[in-house]
Design a binder for this molecule. Structure first.
Ligand SMILES: *Cc1c(COP(=O)(O)O)cnc(C)c1O
Length: 386
């Protein structure tokens, strides 16, 4: 029999976590204030969909509220219900709108549906005819072809004198498809279309810009801006230096192993060691959102190579070698001085030394996907906002 009293105390889960995610809440608050300043005279919302871009709705929502955000956007109603506890008197918009059966969730949590299609509009008119006045927002499509009423239908709705008096939109919005490419002519075209919408719904607030659009200048700000990725330290505009990094992911090194020249690494033996090497086996894999496409440089995944991912440990950038596996990834630490990196150390996956967007580029994706795909095994720690 093992005597439990003889065993060591349970450690702080973060101290022994296979993968760690550290979220710097003061950087998040500072990034929101930065975007608010850039938004000029427009009010600045906070987009917190997908669990605040994977970083935690409770802590991020609370921090953004305390920083001063009073308008929030979520993607689906359940996110709005969760957020309500942390943003008591804020306006919470639900971007995917409302479905039959969700009425109570909206009304009891004071959530504002963003009506995004003719079908939703017809349903909504029925709801308010029965239940009375309740705010909504209207999304208008100006070229994205994702969500939103067609432009002409929206303009007609604005002029429709026969629409019910209880129909009371508080916001009209649209979304740029190429805001991250400042020279794209479509930005101006979408701006012109949205100006018509904004004018037609005179007296109702309007909103066009997500993070990227805010950088296009005051013409794009209207009454309310909707930054997301920039708050979390991701690149809003391709190649532009992001605001302060917010998220740091790190994986525990399970073992350091010496491997002979000529040996191969990981599944499929796709990588052959050219020299005697020291390898760090880290506790992170594609089940943690460390994408398989981050496998070593030139390593075929099925067909075709990749740029190859890398980590950061003991002051060195260390490349991934061989394929990323479900729970483990192999970094080549041969160039790190012997003894400087040991089992139990943590290798940074992204954070202050490796911008999340650089990792994303190596994986053939974007920072948004890295952050929202982090998976369930990350032990989170929040550095409190001051
Ligand atoms: C996700 C989203 C945003 C935020 O976009 P970022 O690029 O993360 O700033 C704003 N508006 C809408 C409609 C969105 O779907």
């Amino acid at each position: 029999m093992i005597d439990a009293d003889e065993m060591p105390e349970l450690p702080d889960p973060f101290d022994i976590a296979p993968v760690r995610l550290t979220v710097d809440l003061s950087a998040l608050a500072e990034n929101w204030r930065d975007m608010a300043k850039r938004s000029g005279s427009a009010r600045t919302a906070a987009v917190v969909k997908a669990d605040a871009y994977g970083l935690g709705l409770e802590d991020c929502g609370t921090t953004l509220y305390e920083a001063g955000a009073r308008d929030f956007f979520v993607a689906v109603v359940q996110e709005g219900v969760t957020l309500r506890a942390y943003a008591p008197d804020a306006r919470i918009f639900v971007l995917s709108g409302i479905w039959p059966g969700q009425e109570r969730m909206f009304f009891e949590n004071d959530l504002v549906p963003v009506i995004a299609s003719e079908e939703q509009l017809a349903f909504w008119m029925g709801v308010i005819a029965e239940l009375g006045d309740y705010p909504c927002a209207l999304q208008v499509d100006t070229g994205f072809n994702r969500l939103g009423l067609p432009l002409q239908d929206a303009l007609a709705l604005a002029e429709d004198v026969s629409r019910p008096a209880s129909f009371s939109p508080v916001l009209v919005l649209s979304h740029l498809h190429s805001g991250d490419a400042p020279s794209a002519p479509s930005n101006k075209a979408q701006l012109e279309s949205f100006r018509q919408v904004s004018a037609a719904f005179e007296g109702i607030e309007s909103s066009l810009s997500a993070s990227a659009g805010i950088f296009l200048g005051p013409d794009y700000h209207f009454d309310l801006t909707r930054p997301g990725i920039a708050l979390y330290g991701g690149e809003a505009v391709g190649g532009m230096k992001p605001l302060r990094p917010v998220a740091t992911a790190a994986a525990r090194i399970v073992q350091i192993r010496e491997a002979a020249a000529g040996g191969t690494v990981s599944y499929g033996a796709t990588y052959q060691l050219a020299r005697p090497s020291r390898l760090a086996i880290a506790s992170v894999g594609y089940a943690d959102g460390y994408l398989r496409s981050l496998s070593g440089s030139g390593v075929p995944l099925r067909a075709g190579g990749t740029a190859g991912g890398y980590g950061y440990v003991a002051g060195h950038r260390v490349p991934v070698v061989g394929r990323v596996t479900m729970d483990l990834t192999i970094f080549d630490v041969t160039d790190v001085p012997e003894g400087a990196v040991n089992a139990g150390d943590y290798v940074e996956l992204f954070g202050p030394n490796i911008p999340v967007d650089d990792v994303a580029r190596a994986a053939g994706t974007i920072g948004y996907e890295m952050l929202t795909g982090l998976g369930l095994r990350h032990e989170r720690r929040y550095l409190e906002a001051e």
